[in-house]
Design a binder for this molecule. Structure first.
Ligand SMILES: Nc1ncnc2c1ncn2[C@@H]1O[C@H](COP(=O)(O)OP(=O)(O)OP(=O)(O)O)[C@@H](O)[C@H]1O
Ligand SMILES: [Mg+2]
Length: 358
């Protein structure tokens, strides 16, 4: 197949590096005490606007400068990273293959299946696959096939290589998010989340990803053009700031008193409305008519009180994701800051978990 693997090989030393539209986020985990995990380091480094647009690297130099700053802040010793492509850049499809195929035969089968549904020539894509598990019948296995345009993979791999790093895993953001969600599932109230329907809402800068999971399996996914950029624009307009100033003021909390009532509250209300609309779409387009929990993630989930507003509007138990809840933290990393930023580090955390894949 191709030389760059979409799922990649396993490596012992590996940090998760999430390059997205608002920032670059890095998380490194290690084995902690008593079988738990430890957060070794994490960094959130802002990217200038227009560096990453619609999941594509639009300004290569701005991204490599951002990665370099991230590395300087992370300290020395980092070499291998796991990165991710946005779901929009990757075609995925689950296929059924006979059980017990040799690796080479499986590759051939995957290629011929992929050729049927990928809208590009196979020479133009990176193709990879992962056996998900048995289908219920002993003679078959379910296989996840992923294909991405080579240039999308090469852009991201090239950006980290330009900074002296090696991308040993190229994952998909939505899969990394779901990997981190497995840690969050344990936080859900009640004895067990087995069989429960959980809506995971990742609210970023430009995009909100809404997905419904049961037992870690995705039942439904939808993307909405909604995010924190809207609030940033409101702040810029109201207080006559540049977008970058508005973004910084929003994060550091240095805004006039009327901000909370005039801008923040209406933004939280419209966000809650978006979530309840997404739920309605889910109900009308599937056989389901209720869900058990809502889990908020992404940078906007950091806003204090958001879970209460969303919970009140949707009438669903709502929590904010903290994938690090059961981890120890090395003192240098700053446990308090980690707690505050935890929901925005879901993808980076899911990528960092790749180090422990069996
Ligand atoms: N403390 C905070 N208070 C309010 N909003 C915040 C805070 N921290 C981050 N945000 C907002 O969260 C958004 C960024 O979220 P996140 O880092 O999840 O996005 P992203 O993954 O870079 O973007 P996208 O997924 O849209 O490409 C920005 O709009 C940012 O302003
Ligand atoms: Mg994001």
């Amino acid at each position: 197949m191709t030389d760059i693997s979409l799922f990649g090989s396993k490596s012992r030393q590996l940090a998760g590096l999430d390059i997205s539209s608002s920032s670059i986020k890095l998380v490194e985990l290690s084995n902690g005490d008593r079988g738990g995990l430890r957060v070794e380091r994490f960094v959130i480094e802002a990217l200038p606007r227009e560096a990453v647009v619609d999941g594509n690297i639009a300004n290569f130099d701005a991204v490599t400068e951002g990665v370099s700053r991230t590395l300087r802040r992370a300290g020395s010793g980092l070499r291998n990273v796991a990165i991710a492509l946005p779901a929009s850049a990757v075609f995925t499809k689950k296929i059924i293959l006979p059980a017990g195929l040799r690796e080479m035969d499986m590759e051939m089968q995957v290629e011929s299946e992929a050729a049927q549904y990928i809208p590009f020539a196979l020479e133009e894509v990176n193709l990879d696959f992962q056996v998900i598990g048995p289908t219920g019948s002993p003679d078959e296995v379910e296989v996840l096939v992923a294909a991405s345009r080579k240039e999308k993979v090469e852009d991201r791999v090239g950006a980290v290589e330009a900074c002296g790093l090696k991308a040993v895993v190229v994952d998909i953001e939505s899969l990394a998010l779901e990997a981190a969600f497995e840690l969050v599932a344990r936080q859900l109230p009640g004895a067990s989340s087995d069989g429960k329907l959980v809506a995971l809402v990742d609210i970023g800068a430009a995009v909100t990803n809404f997905s419904v999971l049961r037992n870690g399996q995705r039942l439904y996914a939808r993307e909405q053009a909604f995010g924190g950029k809207q609030l940033t624009q409101d702040i810029a307009r109201q207080y006559g700031m540049s977008p970058d100033e508005a973004e910084a003021a929003k994060r550091s909390g240095g805004l006039p008193e009327d901000y909370a009532v005039d801008l923040l509250q209406p933004f939280m209300d419209s966000l809650a409305l978006e979530v309840s609309r997404a739920l309605q779409f889910f109900f009308t387009s599937t056989q389901y008519n209720e869900i058990d929990y809502l889990v908020l993630a992404g940078g906007c989930a950091v806003i204090p009180g958001l879970a209460t507003v969303v919970g009140a509007r949707t009438q669903v138990k709502t929590i904010v994701a903290n994938p690090f809840a059961n981890m120890s933290v090395t003192a240098k990393s700053g446990a308090k800051k980690l707690l505050a930023e935890a929901p925005s580090l879901m993808v980076a955390c899911g990528l960092a978990l790749r180090r422990f894949d069996a």
